[in-house]
Structures are given as structure tokens and as C-alpha cells.
Design a protein. Structure first.
Length: 317
């Protein structure tokens, strides 16, 4: 005779599962942090940041004095070394807030034999590396529902600690939060949620005039459906399963549904002026980090590949 589990047993199972996930994440985090630092250092080496003149405390550059400017702006010490008058410009210092949301739901733990790391591992490495680069450039970075925006030089350590100790629900879409106007949001997920949930979420977030970047992180097997024969498919976020007698006969229907789902995501992001890209875990993480950094601050500017509705597998790089 089957016995219905009581509330206490359900709660105990939830705690056990959450504790197991936390231990697994904590065990792998040092490796992910090292990889993120390596990628960030590589990308930073080829960047010049977003420096510009404006109000601030740090020196940026000297420029020629322009006729009509107040004489008090002349830097007489620098001008004494030349036949021209020079103005000392300070670096523009308007802190920019970037919210990065890494999907840590069960579906992100998937990795096919075609790759060596899970979608979750790739998502966390990109999150940490991008945060390091942004903070290095003077920006503030936060994780919705997990960590308030910070400009700390130890941002990788802070994010890692916050994620490891986070006991919140591992949802497939970001929690409700209120980004400030003109801030930016980076969403990293496989986005296999119902399209209506996706549309509702980014419409809500864009309502604050924040600009967003949607990156669908996928395993190459999810793009190509390389299965044949009798295969049992399990729902990673539930207890359901379905068995295919001849999985290869499902391929065309699967790819058609994938194309339609992605087309609706692309249409919604373009309607709101957000960028959209697909990143496969068999591609280098550095490609995605570099592409995302290039898009920061370019509101409404999409790369040519994300504007192509016929593209089935657009990449972020």
C-alpha cells in the first residue's frame, strides 16, 4: 500500500537535495574560478576599456586648449614644456551597473558525451570572467536575488561565495527584481522554459528601461539531436520520462520545434531592443565573454548574426 509523503518528509528531501547541490557546486568552484580568471586575463589583455573624459578624480589625458575655454582649465605645468596650451582631462566616472543572471536550475547540469563540461559549468565560468572584466573597467556587478552590485576587486571570490551559500530556489528564469534605468542585464540560460514565461520575464525587466543581453547556452547534442535506437529521455526538472523506440525518427520534429522556439525568443528580444545569441558548450568560453563585453553599453546594437532569422545556430562570437 502506497503512503503519501507528509510535509515533513517532503521538506527533508528538499533540504537533502539542496545540500547535495551546494556540496557539488562548492567542490567544483575552485576549478571554475581559476578558469574564469584565466579567461578574464586573456580578454583584458586585448581591451582598452570604456574610458572617456568627464567628471572624476583620475587623470585620463592632456588635450590642446580650445579658444573660448576658461583660462583656469589650462594646465600651466604641462603647457610650460611645449609651445601650446594644454588642458588636463579627468576620466569619466559614472558607475554602470550590470546584472548577470546565471541559470543554475537542474537542466543546466546536462553534458553530452560530445563535450567535457556541463552547461552549468560554462555558465558559471562566463559569469565570473565577465564580472572580473567589468569590475576591472570600473563597472559594478550584481547577481539578481543573490548578491547586490559591487565594484570589489575580489568580485570573483564574492560571487563564488554568494552562489555556494545561496539556498534559494534554482529557477529557470531570473527572480523578480527592479534594475535601475539604463543598467544592463545579462541572462545566461538554456531557456527551455515555455516561451510565454520567457516573454513575460524579459518584458517585465525591460519595463525599467534596462537593456538586456540574452544568451542561450546549449549542449551540441541539444542542437543536433544525435540519438538513434531505443532511448529514454528524462526531464531533469521533474519526474517525467519518455521512451523513443527509434529516436532518429524524432529528429526532424525536434529540430523544427527548436527552430520555432528560438525564432520566438529572437523576435521578442529584437522587439525590446535586447541582443540575442546562442553559445554552444563545444566552443571556447572566451569567445562568448569577449562578445558580451563588446556589447556592454551598446544599447540596441545587435551583431549581424543575431539579426539573421534564417540562422539556426547563431553564436555569440
Amino acid at each position: 500500500m502506497a503512503v503519501e509523503p507528509g510535509p515533513h518528509s517532503i521538506e527533508t528531501e528538499a533540504v537533502r537535495r539542496a545540500s547535495g547541490q551546494a556540496r557539488t557546486l562548492a567542490a567544483g568552484m575552485p576549478r571554475l574560478m581559476l578558469e574564469a580568471r584565466r579567461i578574464a586575463a586573456t580578454v583584458i589583455h586585448g581591451l582598452h576599456g570604456r574610458r572617456r573624459s568627464g567628471s572624476g578624480e583620475n587623470f585620463w589625458q592632456y588635450r590642446r586648449f580650445l579658444s573660448g575655454e576658461p583660462a583656469r582649465r589650462v594646465d600651466w605645468r604641462r603647457s610650460a614644456r611645449d609651445d601650446h596650451l594644454y588642458v588636463r582631462e579627468q576620466e569619466w566616472e559614472a558607475a554602470h551597473t550590470v546584472w548577470i543572471w546565471p541559470d543554475r536550475s537542474p537542466s543546466m547540469v546536462f553534458a553530452s558525451p560530445l563535450v567535457w563540461e556541463t552547461k552549468l559549468d560554462r555558465t558559471l565560468v562566463v559569469t565570473l570572467a565577465l564580472a572580473e572584466i567589468l569590475v576591472e573597467g570600473g563597472e559594478r556587478v550584481g547577481i539578481p536575488g543573490v548578491m547586490r552590485p559591487t565594484a570589489s576587486r575580489q568580485v570573483i571570490d564574492k560571487i563564488a561565495q554568494a552562489l555556494v551559500h545561496d539556498t534559494g530556489e534554482r529557477s529557470s528564469l531570473p527572480p523578480a527584481f527592479s534594475p535601475s534605468p539604463l543598467s544592463e542585464i545579462v541572462m545566461l540560460s538554456d531557456f527551455w522554459s515555455p516561451i510565454s514565461d520567457f516573454q513575460e520575464k524579459i518584458a517585465y525587466l525591460s519595463g525599467s528601461r534596462a537593456h538586456g543581453h540574452v544568451v542561450q547556452i546549449v549542449d551540441p547534442a541539444e542542437e543536433t539531436f544525435p540519438y538513434s535506437g531505443r532511448i529514454e529521455f528524462l526531464d531533469p526538472e521533474g519526474a517525467e520520462s519518455v521512451t523513443a523506440g527509434r529516436a532518429e525518427t524524432w529528429r526532424d520534429d525536434y529540430l523544427a520545434r527548436l527552430t520555432d522556439h528560438r525564432a520566438q525568443m529572437r523576435a521578442e528580444t529584437e522587439r525590446l531592443g535586447w541582443s540575442f545569441a546562442v553559445h554552444r558548450t563545444d566552443r571556447p568560453a572566451s569567445e562568448l565573454v569577449l562578445a558580451l563585453h563588446a556589447r556592454m553599453g551598446q544599447s540596441g546594437v545587435l551583431s549581424p548574426v543575431t539579426r539573421n532569422p534564417a540562422a539556426q545556430s547563431e553564436t555569440a562570437a
